[in-house]
Design a protein. Structure first.
Length: 659
């Protein structure tokens, strides 16, 4: 005979503290079918831990446990056979009562519509009321209804009446007894109130000090004097039946049906006998047959995830529509102005001036749309990723779904898939639209704001899609580990910003071997000339660090000035230069020759030619602009791999560690 619950040397440890230790128990099916087994003990005795292990919410530290012959909570079929109502009786505050019943109906293959409908009607709950507006007792009753209407073979109740008033507690316990008698339902019930368990339980398991102390028939245990080494308990009411001799206390409960089993169901709390096969007032419909099994599909999980996500998704979509419309209206005119200006300046060789004027006219919107794309992945991780799981953990609503016929891995897959794909789509659309709109500006931008520059590169092409995927999964992973929304958001933002800073500094320069070359000095790489201050024997060159001749838009990693012997010249301590240039002194006559004008600063063209004649060159290490799309694909792939690694870790964590 397959046991309802079998544990062998079972233990659960949190850090250095044992919540349950050396638990060995065997409850055959014949002993509990149609009856209730109660777990009683003081707070901290391990009752909830044992039931969570039986429900598959925790993994044991030591020993083994099986429920109905299988490891708990491993497959949808196993989940369909076991119902669990958590102590917090969680519900979704934003869903109505009817939507909760719809959720249960689609997530459980044996859902009993009549049970759910009749119980909600008897409780006086309006199907249109939002669960967040119900009282504490009504919320508990709704959660209990979801557990009963699932029609499991084994129903596990972790202190289900703790939040109910005395009258509601009595009504629920009566309904529980009727359900047990009608459908031969096996029930495991925990409480620290012996008076509750005495009313409904046929068999008691007493836990104390994280271990099982006693196990036996309820009335036998209540009628037996306490052992001499224990202080006597407070006086109890007289037993309802003559006391029987209690078998010796032991930890292994293996009691097949026998003389201690009742030949008829336990009477109802109102004194009337429960009639198997008869009507089930206030709990089930008149039909005793179990509903046919249906497939518990993922469409309802998608619907639930969308209900939780639709507010932020709608707001994001509205912002993207406005941004896309604005760029679509102004983009064609921007491209036309650039094409006309570039064609005109090519004839008189004034394109540098045109580029400066054109970029300067649109510099503010250029910076604004670039900033939007840079911030969007961070916002995805902050407001979509981090709260996705933590808000479920804080409200215990994850237990509501995990107690249906949906595995936790499927639950996580639906949430990650729906929200993650939406995040990637939103960021991808934003990034590609901005890349199209800013094309003319990228061609005319100053070297520091070119496409390959670290700041602009991350806001162009497909790279933002990889950033968003990684930021989203990073937020989900951090949320699982931290279990609190605000700390998870702060840590997600900190980690993502740190990685975004490290990528262009440490990784991106080496995605492909950089090009190192020497160039003559000229207008492209010299920003200005100044006379030296030592008797006119030197000239100070302001060398640009972000541009190289013949490679517009290149990402310059390093730039320096080589002397005629090929050695890098040192910086000029007395000189000062803008942040995008370096000042280098070159020994050259400023009293005669090309670098010695009669009035004013030295002539740029002639003096630069003289410096070139002396053998001075620019040496630069750079990544050319034609590597923009290869870098985009490589970097997106790196972030995709990081996101996949975090996704794997999240699934491992939710299966093995999260409860």
């Amino acid at each position: 005979m397959t046991p309802v619950l079998r544990a062998q040397a079972l233990g659960k440890k949190y850090g250095r503290h044992w919540a349950l230790r050396d638990c060995t128990i065997d409850i055959p099916t014949g002993h509990v079918v149609g009856h209730v087994v109660g777990h009683v003990g003081p707070n901290g005795a391990g009752k909830s831990t044992l039931l969570k292990l039986a429900g598959g919410h925790l993994h044991p530290t030591t020993g083994t446990i099986t429920v109905l012959g299988n490891p708990p909570g491993t497959t949808p079929a196993q989940l369909a056979r076991v119902g669990f109502v958590a102590q917090s009786t969680p519900i979704y505050t934003h869903l109505t009562v009817a939507e909760h019943l719809r959720l249960g109906a689609h997530l459980n293959p044996r859902w009993d519509h009549a049970t759910a409908r009749d119980r909600i009607t008897r409780l006086g709950l309006s199907p249109t009321h939002r669960a967040g507006k119900l009282s504490g007792g009504q919320r508990a009753q709704l959660a209990l209804t979801l557990g009963l209407a699932k029609r499991p073979e084994l129903l596990i109740l972790d202190e289900p009446v703790a939040s109910l008033d005395p009258l509601a507690r009595r009504e629920f316990l009566q309904a529980l007894m009727e359900a047990t008698a009608e459908h031969q339902l096996s029930v495991l019930l925990s409480s620290h109130l012996v008076s509750d368990l005495e009313r409904v339980c046929d068999y008691l398991i007493v836990l104390a000090g994280s271990q099982i102390q006693l196990a036996g028939e309820t009335e036998d245990l209540l009628a037996t004097p306490p052992p001499a080494h224990r202080p006597p308990p407070r006086p109890r009411p007289a037993p309802r039946r003559p006391a029987r001799r209690l078998r010796p206390a032991h930890r292994t409960a293996e009691h097949p049906g026998g003389p201690h089993r009742r030949s008829h169901p336990r009477p109802r709390l109102d004194g009337h006998p429960a009639q198997p096969g008869g009507p089930r007032p206030g709990l089930h419909g008149p039909a005793p047959r179990r509903p046919p099994e249906r497939h518990a599909g993922g469409a309802t999980m998608t619907w639930l995830a969308w209900r939780q996500f639709r507010g932020s998704a709608s707001m994001t979509a509205a912002v993207l529509v406005v941004l896309t419309a604005a760029l679509a209206l102004t983009g064609p005119g921007l491209a036309s102005d650039y094409a006309a200006g570039a064609a005109g300046c090519a004839q008189d060789r004034t394109c540098d001036d045109f580029f400066d004027r054109f970029f300067g006219a649109y510099e503010i919107p250029f910076a604004a749309v670039t900033l939007v794309v840079l911030l969007l992945p961070a916002l995805v991780g902050l407001f979509w990723g981090a709260p996705l799981i933590t808000r479920e953990l804080e409200a215990d609503t994850h237990l509501l779904v995990w107690n249906q016929s949906i595995t936790r891995t499927r639950w996580l897959a639906v949430k990650l898939g729906l929200t993650g794909l939406a995040a990637m789509a939103a960021t991808g659309v934003c990034g590609l639209v901005v890349t199209w709109w800013s094309g003319p500006l990228d061609k005319s931008a100053v070297p520091e704001m070119a496409q390959m520059s670290p700041l602009v590169f991350g806001a162009r092409g497909i790279a933002p899609i990889g950033y968003a995927a990684f930021a989203f999964v990073l937020g989900v992973t951090v949320g699982m580990l931290v279990r609190r929304t605000l700390p998870a958001m702060a840590l997600t933002l900190t980690a993502f910003v740190a990685i975004q800073i490290a990528m262009p500094l440490l990784v991106r320069p080496h995605l492909m071997p950089p090009v190192t070359a020497t160039f003559e000095l000229g207008q492209a790489n010299v920003d200005g000339l100044h006379r030296g201050g030592h008797g006119g024997g030197s000239i100070q060159i302001l060398l640009r660090t972000s541009a190289v001749p013949g490679h517009p838009g290149a990402w310059v990693l390093s730039s320096g000035l080589l002397d005629p012997s090929g050695r890098t010249t040192d910086g000029d301590e007395e000189g000062s230069a803008p942040s995008s240039t370096i000042a280098r002194s070159v020994p050259v006559s400023t009293t005669s020759g090309p670098c010695a004008p009669a009035v004013g600063p030295p002539s740029a063209d002639g003096c630069v030619a003289e410096v070139n004649r002396l053998g001075y060159r620019q040496q630069a290490t750079f990544q050319p602009l034609d590597r923009f799309w290869p870098f985009q694909w490589i970097e997106t792939g790196i972030y995709a791999l990081l996101a996949l690694a975090l996704t794997w870790f999240s699934f491992w964590w939710i299966r093995r560690r999260l409860s």
